[in-house]
Design a protein around this ligand. Structure first.
Ligand code: PGA
Length: 258
C-alpha cells in the first residue's frame, strides 16, 4: 500500500464536458507519476468516461458514494458490484456533505463499508470528523473516537485489503466554513487519536500495513507543505483545490514528495 495519497473530490461541481476536460488536463499533468497514489472521484454520471480517460495512466478513479446492498430494487442507488465492474478502484463513504445534507449516519457508513469489503477489489475511503460546535466544546477527541468505533463496528480486514480513513473536521471544509485548514499541530493530534483508535480495533500490524489516514479540509498548494511531513497524516482529500489541474498537481507533488 502506498504511504501517501492525493485524492481529488470533484463533488457535483462540474458538468460532464467540464469533467472530461479536467480529466484530460489531469492526465497530461500527472503522466510522469509512477504509482497509483493519485485518485480522482468524479460524480456517478461521468464515472465510466473518466475511467476510460485514465486507463493506462497513473491516476486511479473512485466513486463518491455507494449503496450498502447488492443489485436490486433500490431506485437511484449504485452498488459496489457495479462500481467494481466498471473499473472503479476506490469508493468514498460518509462524506460530511452527505452527513449534513442527507443525514447519513455512521451506522449507514458502517453498512456501506461492510458491503464494499465483502465485494472486494475496491478500496474504501471512510470519512470521519467533528463539527464546529463539538470542536468549540472541547469534545473533538471523544467525538472522533466514537465515530471511529461506529464506522468500524464488526469490521474485519482481509489480508490484502486496504482502507483509507479521511479525517475531515467539518468546520475546516470549504463548504461549511471560510476555507481555513486545520492547524498542523491539531491535525497531528487528531490523526494520532485516530491511529490509536484503529490500532485498538484492527491491531497495530494491520493498522500499519493496511490503513492510511488522510486529512481533508481546505488543503491547497500554499498550505500543503505544512501537512506533508506530519506523522500519521498520510495524504490529503481535496475538494476546491482539485478543480484546477495545475493547482492539484502542485499540491500533490508536495504531499506525495515527488
Ligand atoms: P475542500 O473539500 O478541500 O474544498 O475543503 C474537502 C472535502 O470536502 O473533501
Amino acid at each position: 500500500m502506498a504511504n501517501k495519497y492525493a485524492i481529488a473530490n470533484w463533488k457535483m461541481n462540474l458538468g460532464h464536458k467540464e469533467n472530461i476536460k479536467l480529466a484530460k488536463e489531469f492526465k497530461n499533468n500527472f503522466n510522469r507519476f509512477s504509482t497509483k497514489e493519485v485518485v480522482v472521484l468524479p460524480d456517478f454520471a461521468s464515472l465510466t468516461e473518466i475511467i476510460k480517460i485514465f486507463k493506462n495512466s497513473k491516476i486511479a478513479v473512485g466513486a463518491q458514494d455507494v449503496y450498502w446492498s447488492g443489485y436490486g430494487a433500490y431506485t437511484g442507488e449504485i452498488c459496489a458490484e457495479k462500481l467494481r465492474e466498471i473499473g472503479c478502484k476506490y469508493v468514498l463513504m460518509g462524506h460530511s456533505e452527505r452527513r449534513v445534507y442527507l443525514n447519513e449516519s455512521f451506522e449507514q457508513i458502517n453498512s456501506k463499508l461492510k458491503k464494499v469489503l465483502s465485494v472486494g477489489k475496491l478500496v474504501p475511503i471512510a470519512c470521519v470528523g467533528e463539527n464546529h460546535q463539538e470542536r468549540k466544546a472541547g469534545k473533538s477527541k471523544n467525538i472522533i473516537v466514537a465515530q471511529i468505533k461506529k464506522v468500524f463496528k464488526g469490521i474485519k480486514l482481509g489480508v490484502n485489503q486496504k482502507l483509507l480513513i479521511a479525517y475531515e473536521p467539518i468546520w475546516a471544509i470549504s463548504t461549511f466554513g471560510p476555507g481555513l485548514a486545520i492547524k498542523p499541530d491539531d491535525a497531528e493530534e487528531a490523526h494520532k487519536i485516530i491511529r490509536e483508535a484503529v490500532n485498538k480495533i484492527f491491531g497495530e500490524k494491520v493498522s500499519e500495513k493496511q490503513i492510511r489516514i488522510i486529512y481533508g479540509g481546505s488543503v491547497n498548494s500554499k498550505n500543503a507543505n505544512s501537512f506533508a511531513n506530519i506523522e500519521n497524516v498520510d495524504g490529503a482529500l481535496v475538494g476546491g483545490a482539485s478543480l484546477k489541474a495545475k493547482e492539484f498537481y502542485k499540491l500533490s507533488k508536495i504531499i506525495l514528495d515527488k
